[in-house]
Design a protein around this ligand. Structure first.
Ligand SMILES: CC(C)(COP(=O)(O)OP(=O)(O)OC[C@H]1O[C@@H](n2cnc3c(N)ncnc32)[C@H](O)[C@@H]1OP(=O)(O)O)[C@@H](O)C(=O)NCCC(=O)NCCS
Length: 191
């Protein structure tokens, strides 16, 4: 059978995976995670101002290994044990901060990203943390609006902690225009 693949790389009418599982990432998977992030970034190719992200840098191997060591780097697998997505996070004080979430381009839109976020939130809750935080693009449909649907709230400038303000500032230094970025927070119920 022929699968039709349009120029942007997303197959038409393809079925999603039957089983998706989330587990801790392994050290020997770092290169695969970097490939996934490059593939995921294809989603930005059609957004003119951000198309450079599709060929930009990915999270470096050192951070991946550090977060794997800390037990806060998770992968999603689909119909097997090979990763098709990952979520890298780090505990910062009483909060779990999500540094990166990526799902391989051909596996996007099947709920895998949602499962990764829910897993990170459940892990933060299980560790007795107060919140989950992240920074993202304000208007990209699969960024801020997606996280809002998962319960995250947009923080206004006055609501930014010094840590999150610092993350946004550092991102601006790496070419992510500050006015397009925002920080979000999901408060966890006290345990
Ligand atoms: C963000 C990302 C991880 C989500 O993974 P995913 O497996 O596609 O996510 P899901 O299938 O669980 O759902 C994504 C949501 O975004 C929406 N979405 C995805 N692509 C979209 C598009 N091109 N246009 C509009 N909405 C889109 C989906 O409809 C879905 O909405 P829902 O909450 O109503 O179901 C994935 O899109 C990705 O890797 N993007 C590129 C990297 C990136 O932007 N990372 C986040 C940095 S903050």
């Amino acid at each position: 059978m022929v699968t039709l693949i349009p120029v942007d790389g997303a197959p038409l009418g393809r079925p999603g995976p039957s089983t998706v599982a989330i587990r801790p990432a392994r050290k020997d998977e770092v290169e695969a995670l970097q490939r996934i992030e490059r593939s995921a970034a294809q989603a930005f190719r059609l957004i003119e101002a951000l198309s450079w992200i599709a060929t930009g840098d990915v999270q470096d191997a050192g951070r991946h290994l550090d977060l794997i060591g800390k037990g806060t780097n998770w992968v999603a697998t689909a119909d097997g044990d090979d990763p098709v997505g990952f979520l890298s996070a780090e505990i910062a004080g009483p909060e779990l901060h999500i540094w990166e979430i990526s799902v391989d381009h051909l596996h996007q839109g099947f709920g895998i990203g949602r499962k990764l976020i829910r897993h990170a939130v459940a892990e933060a809750q299980a560790r007795g943390l107060a919140a989950v935080t992240l920074t993202t693009f304000r208007t990209i449909p699969w960024n801020c609006p997606f996280y809002e649907r998962l319960g995250f709230s947009l923080l206004d400038e006055a609501g930014l902690s010094p840590r999150l303000a610092g993350v946004l500032e550092a991102e601006a230094g790496h070419g992510l225009p500050r006015d397009t970025r925002c920080a979000m927070r999901l408060t966890l119920p006290a345990t």
